[in-house]
Design a protein around this ligand. Structure first.
Ligand code: ZN
Length: 227
């Protein structure tokens, strides 16, 4: 029986958190769940499956089709291009998917409940990030409390990267042995592999690795591929 359930997006932060969970709860005690929410970049799903396989953990994919039906953001709506900066009316980037983490964690909690798992792990962080309000500590604690009440279930939500900078996360990944798996993670908002290098997500990732003084294994993997 698994002890902890990790929400795995296939991105840098959740991949790092997977290795944090393995370290904290032990190999064999961690399961992962990925949401197919109609993200335009299907490569994320492939990366999540690959990362889970590399780590040797069970992986469940659950569908949520409502975000694509809602549209209006650059990650689920093909009519919306990723823009730098923030939208005037929201003061948030147009890559913000309203409600996404709230729904993800609620469905993850339901899966945890079914499996008698009492620890949820998420890669959200409020430091050095895009200002998504559902990645903040206050949101997470309120949601945790709502889940505990609404499911009458003892569940703890862990966000090990919440107060870490990207550079600190990269160093943690190195210390936890997550770098080989990060070579197969996905960050680029343009859905490209090798990563485009110029979108806000690529820039933030590159900045973190540069500040940590560690080469990005994803970039290195493509550099090592003969043209
Ligand atoms: Zn990119």
């Amino acid at each position: 029986m698994n002890t902890a359930l990790l929400v795995l997006s296939g991105g840098q932060d959740s991949t790092t958190c997977l290795y944090w969970a393995l370290d904290r709860f032990g190999a064999g005690n961690v399961a992962t769940v990925t949401f197919d929410y109609g993200q335009r970049h299907r490569i994320e799903l492939d990366c999540a499956a690959r990362v889970a396989a590399l780590a040797g953990v069970p992986h469940t994919v659950l569908p949520i089709d409502t975000f694509a039906a809602l549209g209006g953001n650059a990650l689920t709506d093909a009519a919306v291009a990723v823009q730098p900066g923030v939208e005037a009316h929201t003061q948030l980037p147009n890559t913000f998917v309203p409600g996404r983490n709230l729904i993800f964690l609620t469905f993850a909690a339901a899966l945890a409940y079914q499996r008698a798992i009492h620890h949820l792990v998420t890669g959200v962080t409020q430091t050095d990030y895009s200002g998504y309000p559902d990645c903040r500590e206050a949101t997470l604690r309120a949601l945790e409390q709502a889940i505990r009440l609404g499911m009458d279930y003892d569940l703890t939500v862990h966000a090990p990267l919440m107060f870490k900078s990207k550079a600190e996360s990269v160093k943690l990944a190195r210390d936890l042995g997550a770098l080989p798996a990060l070579a197969y993670s996905h960050t680029c908002y343009n859905g490209q592999q090798p990563p485009c290098g110029v979108c806000p997500a690529c820039e933030l990732r590159a900045k973190g690795f540069a500040e940590a003084g560690i080469p990005d294994p994803l970039v290195e993997r493509f550099r090592n591929v003969a043209p």
